[in-house]
Design a protein around this ligand. Structure first.
Ligand code: HEM
Length: 124
């Protein structure tokens, strides 16, 4: 997957676009608000590292921060259905902007839906 996506350069661009969309698109305001007080460039950095390993590339996140344990690490943040949908909205837009082949985009998006759904704690 890592190779079919185009490697780290493409992942980095995807994540930069993703956070740019989240920070500027009013549709994503609740999702962006969960990041209040955080350094977005640091959040982007962590997501880039995570996606590298998650897509079968170098395990950058694991090496630097340890096991991702996404559910535990998202515990402090109020993630409901709305926030998860907005996260996915940003990712879909970032994927559409990327050079990743449409069929690979679909596969990635499907996997993102699963992870985002798992992170919802107070569905409403
Ligand atoms: C469902 C909606 C989601 C919300 C509202 C959300 C929100 C957040 C927030 C606020 C942070 C902290 C950022 C920071 O420490 O700088 C974070 C970290 C992170 N998120 Fe999410 N996230 C969501 C979904 C996802 C998904 C689907 C993935 C992976 C596919 C993901 C991967 C990560 C990673 C790897 C980190 C860094 C964890 C750490 O080292 O502390 N997130 N997220």
């Amino acid at each position: 997957m890592y190779e079919s996506v185009g490697g780290q350069e493409v992942i980095d661009q995807l994540v930069d676009d993703f956070y740019e969309i989240m920070a500027t698109d009013p549709v994503a305001k609740d999702c962006f608000a969960t990041h209040e007080g955080r350094d977005i460039s640091e959040s982007a950095h962590k997501l880039k590292y995570f996606l590298s390993g998650w897509l079968g590339g170098p395990q950058l996140y694991l090496e630097k921060f340890g096991h991702p344990r996404l559910r535990m690490r998202h515990n402090p943040f109020p993630i409901g259905t709305k926030e998860a949908e907005q996260w996915l909205y940003c990712m879909k837009k970032a994927l559409a902007k990327s050079v990743i082949k449409p069929e690979i985009q679909d596969q990635m998006y499907g996997a993102f839906v699963q992870v985002a759904t798992m992170l919802i704690k107070n569905p409403s």
